[in-house]
Design a protein around this ligand. Structure first.
Ligand code: GLC
Length: 619
């Protein structure tokens, strides 16, 4: 159970999702019930006489704007004065583990950025050129997708498709989907919505969340949230707005959104860097939130690898697609979030051990990915000749990969020049599929070596017809077909070959591609991809994804006016025009991480192959 026990849920919702707790409640003590009744389940915004159709009375709007002008945040969660007190119970790990002294504790000095409230300056940068019709339309649609809570903007809905009758959860604000919206707003100097989003989702983090009486860790961030208007009493005369999060307990397949907390940290750092509002990251509740997320990610488990072990569908691909284990996307976001955390965590006695743990994990993680996930012509040839069943510390084929696993498509596909990071690595299993987001984010965060980063872009260029073709960018390549599709997806009719997550083309990925291209000094490549997208997006009504091997058709079940398609396009354009702003999202190579290696200092019988492989790590 989470530390908070808010229980005043609308009765119907409680009955639907928490049958056991309802039983518990009915037999609970009167005192407990009294506390429960007094503590609201959702963050609430009292809304007396609020019309159910969303119309507000002027005095309410002005009350909300006064609160925001006076610098108050909307209903912050009460936080203890000392963040350590709040999280110490959750962080025994950091106080127990011995870290080698070689890892620096200091946070690297944050790069100097423009002082606070650079809004106007930013706005003038982006307004220098006249917008195209497509951009103007995109801005209009992005603004239409904005949702407000207590009169203040807090996010954007996933899709605003007027022709679609079945909303499912596309009317929710998804954490991952909001990132490109946030970036577009930030680069335009409209920072309030991002600040509100960060603070409100932070409140949701510690919310009680349960699936059939089981509660996941306290640091989990929701996949999405929705603003609901609920009656304050039986007469339906007064209403209030509540934030209603989904941690996966309603999601299709009940998938836990591992990426949400990682994106939240990445966005927090970007917001603080671009606005200069470092006071936000230093807030006690924000520091506590970061620690809770990291505490979940860094806690001990049974795992042998520094990569995060997750279930299938825990990220952008939120359905069964055979990516359980150690999928690249999660590892790249994890690495990036750890790098960002080092910058945003306040250094004090309470964070010292955590910072050591972060550095230690970063070091091990980058080695692991650079060494074991990287494939190119040379590496595939090595795997092709692997000996198997090696039992020793010095095994070449550490994960006991049987060469027969090399798929036939890869033999012809791998170019002479360049390479990529594979999708997943487990004992006796390499998932050789190319996953775009993981590879692009590995470039942005410097999880790869600079040489590997160049190699990935060179592969995308070489394989343009497979990965971009008629619409950037394939979510993964190639698609699974026949028995493989049947067994791995569970015969998922949405993930049929070359559709949706199974080899579909997702225009939102354009912004991550642009970011990687800018970081590697290849903006012309991004320009080429944007031109392909720009030609079709308006006419096709900004679809969520495209189908077929070359991305020619609008996806069979694709939403129209998908917000992150719109925002991804705008963000790509703005990044290209202001490439210096890419630094709010990227991280540079940190050579200190390559030096630090636990095994050099440990007296235990541990050895690693890092020194032998150093040339490769530095690349
Ligand atoms: C789909 C996508 C997921 C996205 C959601 C809302 O489920 O797979 O990544 O967050 O739609 O757009």
């Amino acid at each position: 159970m989470s530390g908070q026990t808010p229980m005043g849920l609308a009765a119907a919702a409680a009955a639907a999702v928490r049958p056991c707790r309802r039983r518990l409640l009915s037999s609970a003590t009167a005192a407990a019930a009294a506390t429960a009744a007094a503590t609201p389940l959702f963050p609430r915004c009292p809304h007396p006489h609020h019309h159910p159709h969303g119309r507000r009375f002027p005095f309410l709007a002005s009350a909300a704007s006064q609160a925001s002008q006076s610098g108050q945040t909307t209903s912050p969660t009460p936080v203890p004065a000392d963040p350590r007190a709040a999280v110490s119970g959750n962080l025994p790990f950091f106080d127990r583990v011995l870290f080698p002294d070689s890892f620096p504790v200091e946070t690297p000095p944050a790069e100097e950025t423009a002082p606070a409230a650079a809004d106007e300056e930013l706005a003038s940068v982006t307004e220098a050129r006249e917008e195209t019709d497509t951009e103007r339309e995109a801005w209009r649609l992005l603004r239409r997708a904005v949702v407000s809570y207590c009169g203040a903007p807090v996010g954007t809905v996933a899709a605003e498709d007027p022709e679609c009758t079945e909303t499912l959860n596309y009317d929710q604000v998804f954490i991952r989907d909001f990132v490109p919206s946030a970036l577009a707003f930030l680069m335009r100097g409209e920072t309030e919505i991002v600040r509100n989003f960060l603070l409100h989702t932070l409140q949701l983090q510690s919310w009680e969340k349960t699936v059939d009486c089981y509660s996941p860790g306290q640091g989990l961030m929701p996949a999405s949230f929705k603003i609901r208007t609920v009656p304050l009493d039986d007469n339906n005369e007064a209403f209030e707005e509540v934030l209603d999060p989904d941690f996966g307990e309603s999601a299709i397949g009940r998938v836990a959104p591992v990426d949400s907390g990682l994106w939240w940290i990445i966005l927090l750092r970007a917001y603080c860097k671009i606005t200069g509002d470092y006071a936000l990251q230093e807030r006690v509740d924000v520091q506590t939130g970061i620690k809770l997320i990291l505490s979940l990610c860094l806690s001990d488990g049974f795992d042998m690898f520094p990569t995060l072990l997750v279930t299938d569908g825990s990220c952008m691909i939120d359905r069964r697609m055979g990516i359980h284990g150690h999928p690249l996307e999660i590892q790249a976001l994890f690495y990036s979030a750890l790098r960002c955390s080092r910058e945003v965590l306040v250094v004090n006695d309470g964070s010292k051990n955590l910072l050591r743990a972060i550095n230690s994990r970063l070091s091990a993680l980058s080695f692991h990915i650079r060494e074991y996930y990287w494939v190119d012509m040379k590496k595939i040839n090595e795997i092709y000749r692997y000996k198997t069943e090696e039992y020793s510390h010095d095994a070449t084929n550490k994960f006991n990969i049987y060469p027969e696993q090399i798929p036939s498509w890869l033999v012809d596909w791998i170019p002479e020049k360049g390479g990529y990071l594979i999708g997943n690595l487990q004992p006796a299993h390499m998932d050789f599929r190319f996953f775009s987001l993981g590879n692009l984010w590995a470039i942005a965060s410097s999880l790869t070596t600079p040489k590997q980063a160049e190699g990935i872009l060179s592969l995308i260029e070489e394989k343009w017809d497979d990965l971009v073709a008629n619409m950037p960018l394939k979510i993964c390549y190639p698609a699974m077909e026949d028995d493989e599709w049947r067994i791995i997806t569970g015969s998922d009719p949405k993930n049929t070959p070359w559709s949706y997550h199974n080899g579909g083309s997702w225009p939102t990925l354009l912004w991550q591609f642009t970011l990687a291209c800018i970081k590697m000094g290849r903006p012309e490549l991004a320009r080429r991809a944007i031109a392909v997208a720009e030609e079709r997006l308006t006419a096709d009504k900004w679809p969520e994804y495209y189908d077929t091997r070359s991305g020619r058709f609008v996806g069979k079940q694709s939403r129209s006016y998908q917000t992150w398609t719109i925002a991804g396009f705008l963000t790509s354009k703005m990044l290209l025009e202001n490439p210096e702003l890419a630094s709010i999202l990227t991280c540079d190579e940190d050579l200190d991480l390559l030096e630090g290696c636990a095994c050099c200092l440990s007296k235990k019988r541990t050895r690693c192959s890092r020194r032998a492989a150093k040339s490769h790590i530095v690349g």
